[in-house]
Design a protein around this ligand. Structure first.
Ligand SMILES: *[C@@H]1O[C@H](CO)[C@@H](O)[C@H](O)[C@H]1NC(C)=O
Ligand SMILES: *[C@@H]1O[C@H](CO)[C@@H](O)[C@H](O)[C@H]1NC(C)=O
Ligand SMILES: *[C@@H]1O[C@H](CO)[C@@H](O)[C@H](O)[C@H]1NC(C)=O
Ligand SMILES: *[C@@H]1O[C@H](CO)[C@@H](O)[C@H](O)[C@H]1NC(C)=O
Ligand SMILES: *[C@@H]1O[C@H](CO)[C@@H](O)[C@H](O)[C@H]1NC(C)=O
Length: 411
């Protein structure tokens, strides 16, 4: 990993170059008018007084450009239904340089964008579709007699054509629902249904074509199957290969593709079979979720590096901690990854709602230092400048775009 000082220097040199040298000279992107909206200003105003707040205030008038430090997580799901064209369009407008598609497969073994293979009952209107609801692995059962409502609908329950006919909604459900309508009405309070008017679902191919037309970069995630593999003869290896083949078919340069997986075997498969793509593969590390798993994960970093893994990606809570003085500093895990010469990408910013009570999962190791929404920039600053992360996934890319442009990050 390059030191922060070195990468800052490179960034400043790059900033002096004409815009086309950013790699955005093709597609519609070269004249994109990035809009960060009012939220970053609200968050900066909300910060505690200090040099970071002053620095960020000094960047208020831009200019704002797309940044590869900013990865759109599922589109822009703080406000848009996840994995929809509308969400992608919003993320691009907000300056994300890399856009995500979580990849799952349909009954006819086609690749589509969904966060989980079996989340159609919470992210689409499938339960309200008389022609498709009955095809669900577990059709809807209303709440009754003290038992909560249930349903489970998977991409592998339906064909690609059927998938494309669904409407995207905000992810959420009400377990107390006694009707489908009530069950589907579960958007968390800090999000909104304002844009949930039938979001346009995407196949993996739709996503690639869209992002390619914008000249931006790709981060497809091979989602862990929730059905037994092989699925009707469809093997895990074929699934991993199909994901890469979609880019090869279009002659998309591997340097623009950042494949991700939680399963190390997928990463090793790509390293062996598709090394040009494998060297950019992102190992999503969920082992950190328990204290013992965190210790094991930290200890395993040198051996993963030795096997060719180049990018580690735990949830961002695992990259910082509080020191004895209550200051937010890099964690042992973060230090181990940097020491091994690997890069770090992390997730997901703007997924937590309000931070006035110390935040959620994502702020668990620094909760004592968090008491207002502006503190999210304090955490991002430690991640960017002390941990040295390469990029941050965000549910609302604009917040990170503002920071990235202020510090010249992401090319
Ligand atoms: C469901 O009902 C229980 C019991 O009445 C209540 O505690 C809970 O908050 C309800 N959940 C939702 C999502 O409305
Ligand atoms: C369910 O479908 C009906 C008929 O198409 C429609 O009027 C209604 O808005 C839908 N409800 C939801 C929550 O999607
Ligand atoms: C799986 O492959 C076997 C052997 O090639 C074949 O006989 C069988 O029909 C296939 N099953 C499915 C569901 O495609
Ligand atoms: C951690 O590693 C030890 C020793 O290899 C192993 O016994 C244990 O199951 C691991 N725990 C977790 C949570 O991975
Ligand atoms: C805590 O603060 C004191 C006084 O500023 C400093 O000497 C000490 O090194 C700090 N400890 C840590 C762990 O940062």
């Amino acid at each position: 990993m390059r030191s922060f000082v070195a990468s800052t220097l490179l960034v400043s040199l790059a900033l002096a170059a004409p815009y086309k040298d950013y790699g955005y000279s093709y597609g519609e992107n070269s004249r994109l008018n990035v809009q960060v909206g009012d939220r970053p200003y609200y968050l900066v105003d909300n910060m505690d007084e200090g040099p970071l707040k002053q620095k960020l205030q000094g960047c208020s008038e831009g200019p704002f450009k797309p940044s590869n430090f900013v990865i759109s997580h599922r589109g822009a799901p703080l406000q848009y239904p996840e994995h929809t064209i509308e969400g992608l369009v919003a993320a691009r407008r907000q300056g994300a340089g890399i856009l995500e598609c979580d990849v799952a497969f349909t009954k006819d073994k086609k690749l589509v964008c969904r966060h989980a293979q079996c989340d159609l009952h919470t992210t689409t209107d499938i339960l309200n579709r008389t022609d498709l609801a009955s095809k669900c692995t577990t059709p809807f059962t209303p709440a009754a007699n003290g038992k909560v409502a249930s349903a489970k609908c998977c991409t592998s329950d339906i064909t690609e054509m059927e998938f494309k006919s669904l409407c995207g909604k905000m992810d959420g459900f009400n377990t107390n629902g006694t009707t489908v309508e009530e069950y589907m009405d579960g958007t968390p309070y800090f999000r909104t249904n304002l844009y949930a008017t039938c979001g346009t679902l995407m196949t993996h191919n739709d996503y690639i074509n869209k992002v390619n037309s914008w000249g931006l970069q790709f981060t497809p995630e091979l989602k862990t199957p929730e059905v037994k593999m092989p699925f009707n003869n469809y093997t895990q290896e074929q699934y991993a290969q199909d994901l890469i083949d979609a880019y090869k078919t279009r002659k998309i340069d591997p340097s623009r593709v950042w494949p991700q997986s939680f399963l190390p075997d997928d990463i090793f498969y790509w390293l062996k079979q598709e090394p040009a793509f494998g060297k950019q593969a992102i190992y999503l590390d969920q082992r950190v979720d328990t204290p013992e798993g965190y210790e094991n994960a930290t200890a395993s970093i040198p051996s993963l590096a030795a096997r060719g893994v180049r990018i580690m990606a735990p949830a961002f809570f695992a990259l910082t901690k509080l020191n004895a003085n209550g200051t937010i500093v890099p964690s042992e895990y973060a230090i181990a990854v940097k020491k091994a010469g690997m890069d770090i990408i992390t997730w997901s910013f703007e997924r937590s709602g309000w931070l006035n009570k110390g935040g959620d999962y994502y702020y668990q190791y620094v909760a004592k230092a968090i008491d207002n929404d502006g503190d999210m920039y304090t955490v991002l600053d430690v991640l960017a400048r002390q941990v040295g992360i390469k990029a941050m996934f965000s549910d609302w890319p604009a917040t990170v775009t503002y920071y990235a442009n202020c510090f010249g990050l992401g090319k």
